[in-house]
Design a protein around this ligand. Structure first.
Ligand code: ADP
Ligand code: MG
Length: 361
């Protein structure tokens, strides 16, 4: 096991592209860290720099106490699992898993022990004689993981390992990866563009955009205390609503004014909104923090807005309503049994203890 530390790491391609900008991170021993962000934000590049597959333009990377900037990949004690598995088609599963160890001249009986142990852990003992083409997508993904496990690395690196699997298998394998890494206790960095995968797997999550870290935090802190509008909109599903509102301060209270309708900010938010009196901000509220009058436990207290319902999507436990509020489209996740139809004018109650505010650009 080992900690990973990145200090002021940059990656530039030529003079124009800065793929990674001033990246800083220190993991715990055995921690599961997820890099998440939209396509092209620098996740793979950062992972490949940790692996040694990509030169570092500037900065330092440590694995354990060792500065690895100039250490070749094979000497870094890491194992990487990719999206496209990269299994050798002509070798059976056993040989695919054994191959890396043979190259390292690990003794034959030691190889046999490690391959069988890994196969047992990931439940592919019965597949060892098969060729990759005789396996399902999920089984191939297991073999790719098995190949990483037999290396007994200090660090696991995963780059979108589940993105080629169908939705159901993805959820299954996600749980497997969580179980496996917990059991092995190996420090793991996992790259994904899927915020649900990030939230369910990560002890901590690094949210990236345009090569820069936006926030590094636990899943719940990202959800409760997003530091900027990007993180707020990226984490959580369905996404947080953003409505342009004018701030009106009255005494110690601040209000969001939306097209003449007023919502009272909670005391903490009011304090930080004082400086914005008379100015426009983004009011942020998650769909699950909006209720429908008559169908919610959110108390009524200067927190009601009128909405014109455009779309109603019943999901069973909840119903998603898309409604126009003060010129903006707002999604509300309300009680699944609420009686509401497109075209209705409804009163929406905002849970003001869960409101956010962000500066307009
Ligand atoms: P992600 O994995 O988050 O989708 P990448 O790390 O693959 O993003 O890419 C980050 C940025 O670096 C992108 O703008 C991409 O186009 C650029 N990039 C990646 N590899 C190269 C390369 N070999 N040459 C030039 N630009 C590259
Ligand atoms: Mg990538």
């Amino acid at each position: 096991m080992a900690k990973i530390r990145l200090e002021n790491v940059y990656k530039r391609y030529g003079t124009k592209v800065t793929a990674v900008k001033d990246f800083n991170l220190e993991t715990e021993d055995g921690e599961f860290v997820v890099f998440v962000g939209p396509s092209g934000c620098g996740k793979t590049t950062t992972l490949r720099m940790i692996a040694g597959l990509e030169d570092i333009t500037e900065g330092k990377i440590y694995i354990g106490d060792r500065l690895v900037n100039d250490v070749p990949p094979k000497d870094r004690d890491i194992a990487m699992v990719f999206q496209n598995y990269a299994l050798y088609p002509h070798m059976n599963v056993y040989d695919n898993m054994a191959f890396g160890l043979k190259l390292r001249r690990v003794p034959r009986d030691e190889i046999d022990r490690r391959v069988k142990e890994a196969a047992r852990i990931i439940k592919i003992d019965h597949l060892l004689q098969r060729k990759p083409r005789e396996l399902s997508g999920g089984q191939r993904q297991r073999v790719a993981m098995g190949r990483a496990i037999v290396r007994e690395p200090k660090v696991f690196l995963f780059d979108e390992p589940l993105s080629n699997l169908d939705a159901k298998l993805r959820v299954e394998m996600r749980a497997e990866i969580a179980k496996l890494t917990r059991r092995l206790g190996v420090t793991t960095v996992y790259v994904t563009h899927d915020q649900v995968e990030a939230m369910t797997l990560g002890h901590r999550i690094v949210v990236m955009k345009d090569g820069e870290i936006q926030q590094t935090d636990t899943p719940l802190n990202l959800y409760d205390f997003p530091e900027n509008k990007f993180v707020a909109g990226f984490i959580g599903s369905p996404s947080m609503n953003f409505v342009r509102a004018r701030v009106e301060v009255q005494g110690s209270d601040a209000y969001f004014s939306i097209d003449g309708q007023k919502i009272k900010a909670n005391p903490t938010l009011s304090a930080s909104l004082k400086a914005y009196n008379g100015r426009e901000v983004w009011m942020g509220v998650r769909p699950e923090h909006i209720g429908l009058k008559g169908w919610t436990t959110i108390p009524e207290d200067n927190n009601v807005v009128k909405g014109q319902v455009e779309v109603v999507e019943p999901l069973g436990a909840d119903t998603e309503i898309h409604a126009e509020v003060g010129g903006a489209m707002v999604t509300a996740k309300v009680d699944g049994h609420a009686v509401v139809l497109p075209g209705d004018t409804v009163e929406l109650l905002i849970d003001t203890s869960k409101l956010h505010a962000f500066e307009t650009e």
